[in-house]
Design a protein around this ligand. Structure first.
Ligand SMILES: *Cc1c(COP(=O)(O)O)cnc(C)c1O
Length: 378
């Protein structure tokens, strides 16, 4: 593997001494997983952090939280019904639909916010409501969608529940200032090492709906009900005690950690926005896994990525290629119902994702800015 001066992801984790102390406690309690003391404490700490009357279930990872959410909200798909979702997101979204027996129906995004655009869902629903079982709405790149109220209105009008994937957005806020977690039927989060709230592997589901939370709980425990009898579909999705312990430590000063990430985004925006490069609206209120910027053309994007590489900066281009162009999902393009996705293809061809670390050094930020500038004007 190539060594970069500035890696794309650099999680700040607790010290090995702290983790060793937690592990000693876990061994002492002789309780390693299955909703032990650390998991229960972490779960209630997450509820305290999010507020808004939410209940939380923890999971082994965000994908299992999403599988549980889709199952608990829409039930298992029986035939040929679809879940609406954008193609401009991470592969776990259509995978969770397919695991639950649904087909993904990819819709296009808004050119300014890069978020799934409700007007495309409305067109489909007005033409044929019956094929659609629900909506899986990602908050693109963990940024709270400015279209959220419009989506909820659409869901209400067509009597369609919405599962929200806020994987990278724990600690992000919607435009009304509230933390992500309380919209739609439920929201899910990922605590993967690459996300701003990183514990290694972990995830959570948040909802005010007791039925959904209870079903998600049973889902992650083999479908067992309180009598330890299988009453529904399930899997093993439980969060281990050591991961919960790491999560507890990471949560303590999360707001400070996220504000340090926002400062880095602010520097990128003020220095690079002048070149005609655009950033995602509402990212300034987000947890900022990375800084996504949109170049003016695919040619400029290629030059920026090359310049970053030359300067020893590891960068990405989320989410390129978009999901409807991946081999496994390509099959869903041939369905008679699939529409073209020009904005998705355009935006994803121009995105550059820049590293953001917690407490990123000023000279590292300068180097990233210099590399982007050199590529952008070349
Ligand atoms: C990261 C991510 C996931 C998956 O989370 P894991 O914890 O890695 O399983 C799901 N959806 C989106 C949009 C993501 O960014």
């Amino acid at each position: 593997m190539r060594a970069f001066k500035i890696p794309f992801i650099k999680p700040s984790l607790p010290s090995s001494a702290q983790i060793a102390r937690d592990f000693d406690e876990i061994v002492e309690s002789n309780w390693f997983t299955n909703f032990g003391p650390k998991e229960r404490q972490f779960r209630s700490a997450l509820e305290d952090f999010l507020g808004q009357g939410l209940r939380v279930e923890t999971f082994a990872n965000g994908t299992l939280a999403l599988l549980a959410a889709v199952y608990s909200v829409f039930g298992r798909g029986e035939s040929d019904r679809f879940l609406l979702m954008p193609s401009f997101t991470f592969a776990a979204v259509p995978q969770a639909a397919i695991w639950n027996g649904y087909k993904p129906w990819f819709i296009d995004i808004d050119p300014v916010t890069w978020q799934a655009d409700p007007k495309f869902a409305r067109d489909i629903l007005e033409a044929d409501r019956n094929q659609i079982a629900g909506i899986v709405l990602p908050n693109a790149a963990g940024v709270g969608s400015p279209h959220i109220a419009e989506w909820e209105q659409l869901g209400w009008e067509f009597d369609l529940p919405i599962v929200i994937d806020s994987a990278a957005g724990f600690g992000s806020r919607y435009e009304d200032g509230q933390y992500l977690g309380a919209r739609g039927s439920c929201e899910i989060f990922s605590f993967h090492a690459t996300k701003p709230f990183a514990i290694g592997e972990g995830g959570a589901l948040a909802s005010r709906d007791e039925r959904i939370v209870n079903s998600a709980h049973e889902f992650q425990n083999f479908g067992f009900n309180s009598l330890r009898l299988c009453g529904q579909l399930g899997i093993n999705g439980k969060l281990a005690e050591i991961n919960a312990a790491i999560g507890l430590r990471q949560l303590v000063d999360l707001d400070r950690r996220l504000s340090s990430r926002r400062q880095t985004l602010g520097r990128y925006r003020s220095e690079l926005g002048v070149l005609g490069l655009t950033f995602q609206p509402n990212a300034e209120e987000s947890a900022n896994q990375c800084a996504n910027l949109c170049c003016t053309s695919p040619v400029q994007k290629k030059a920026v990525l090359e310049s970053l590489l030359e300067h020893g900066v590891e960068a990405r281009d989320y989410y390129n290629p978009p999901l409807h162009l991946h081999p496994y999902f390509l099959a869903y393009r041939h369905l008679p119902t699939t529409t073209d996705l020009p904005t998705t293809e355009d935006v994803s061809s121009r995105i550059v994702s820049l590293p953001i670390h917690e407490n990123m050094r000023a000279d590292d930020i300068d180097l990233v800015i210099e590399a982007v500038k050199a590529g952008a004007v070349s």
